[in-house]
Design a protein around this ligand. Structure first.
Ligand code: ADP
Ligand code: MG
Length: 373
């Protein structure tokens, strides 16, 4: 009986989204040689679609007839998966659509989500094992966070970062010709010409992390976010946004805390791994309703380099220069340039620039709410 039940849980029809330009441009080969033979043997039928342009995966997730499929499988990096989640959540039937099981086979530069999933299952993060997990119908719930800044609103499943890591991630794009060396090279550049950003981060700490930051008062959080994000459009848009922020409504009152001053990096992570060899948030869980927050404010350059090396196994959290906590909601307010600090900075959400912050005005603030699984 158990076998029959297991078999019922297995997907029979998949929509496969393949990004031929992700990572080393190997996705087609990975699919033909490692994924397709396993799907065929297992009797899983599929429709293969290649992504033709940026946001194509999002458009497809928004328009697809979901009743035709038991799951969507991405042969890509994290970028395409993030687009699929955003596409599903922008549908009018999003409450139903977001229940569609999503799978991922590593074929990008950043494969943080699949690495986190495979590591959790004690399996190597390779295409065949990832495909097996999909065929067997292994599933787990995942938190989605709502990110809002000015008029921009999106959904994040991986991370939000500001300061050093965002600068390395985004600015090193211009050294793409270096291949995989570019991140290491640009990390050195940025550490030796270190920028400190001024501003403040506010957050609702998870139980057990109340000791971080100073108490602040934020009244009627949902109203203020609807206002800050300029959402004053239709009732439908308002309803959907407040539904998404629903995790914060209800009888509980939340105590906001704040840390102000200069920052080297602020990094929020929803799952442990950021890529196949970087684990920023060793204690992160897929669906605990919280995001893990890593903050470095002041740190000598040599200690910072050693701390960055320790990211490969999560040992950086033991550094006395690192503050590590879990939060329910988060607000970033980049501040004015003070003394040696730099103004503004890039806010990077799941590998994309949310917006280049100019500092100062309230419009630049980014809000992140951890939403339920
Ligand atoms: P990587 O991990 O290498 O960044 P991803 O699969 O995450 O790879 O994809 C990165 C980005 O590539 C995504 O934001 C996606 O929108 C974009 N993309 C998808 N298809 C194409 C295409 N045909 N040409 C250019 N960019 C594309
Ligand atoms: Mg979590």
């Amino acid at each position: 009986i158990q076998r029959c039940l297991d078999a019922l849980e297995r997907p029979k029809r998949l929509l496969v989204l393949l990004n031929p330009f992700g990572g080393n441009k190997c996705a087609r080969q990975i699919f033909q040689e490692e994924v397709k033979p396993l799907l065929d043997v297992a009797g899983v039928s599929f429709t293969l679609e290649e992504t033709q342009f940026r946001n194509h995966a999002k458009d497809m997730a928004k328009a697809v007839d979901l009743s035709q499929y038991d799951g969507i499988l991405c042969i890509s990096g994290d970028g395409v998966l993030v687009e699929v989640v955003n596409g599903l959540l922008e549908r009018s039937d999003w409450e139903h659509a977001i229940k569609m099981p999503l799978g991922i086979v590593p074929a990008g530069t950043g494969n943080g989500m699949v690495k986190s999933l495979m590591e959790d299952a004690d399996e190597p993060c390779i295409a065949t094992n990832a495909t097996f997990a999909v065929i067997k119908g292994h599933k787990r719930a995942l938190d989605v966070a709502v990110v809002a800044q000015g008029q921009v609103r999106s959904f994040s499943v991986l991370m939000l970062t500001w300061g050093l890591i965002a600068d390395i991630d985004i600015e090193s794009e211009k050294y793409r010709w270096m291949g995989s060396m570019r991140l290491d090279f640009y990390t050195f550049v940025r550490v030796f010409r270190l920028r400190h950003y001024s501003g403040s981060v506010s957050f609702i700490p998870a139980p057990g992390y109340e000791g971080y930051g100073d108490p602040i008062c934020i009244e009627n959080e949902n109203e203020s976010i609807l206002h800050d994000t300029g959402i004053n459009g239709t009732e439908e848009v308002k309803r959907k946004t407040s539904d998404c922020l629903g995790a914060l409504t209800g009888p509980e009152t939340y105590e906001w805390k704040s840390i102000s001053g200069q920052f080297i990096m602020v990094w929020l992570h929803n799952v442990p791994w950021g890529s196949q060899d970087v684990m920023p948030a060793p204690q992160a869980e897929f669906s605990d309703g919280y995001v893990d927050l890593v903050i470095v404010q002041q740190c000598p350059k040599w200690s910072l380099l050693s701390l960055l090396v320790k990211l490969k196994d999560g040992a950086h959290v033991k550094s006395r220069y690192v503050q590590y906590l879990k939060v329910k909601a988060f607000r970033l307010s980049p501040g004015e340039r003070t003394g040696s600090s730099v103004q503004g900075g890039i806010i990077d959400v799941d590998g994309e620039v949310l917006a280049k912050s100019k500092g100062s005005s309230g419009d630049n603030r980014a809000h992140l709410m951890s939403y339920g699984p």
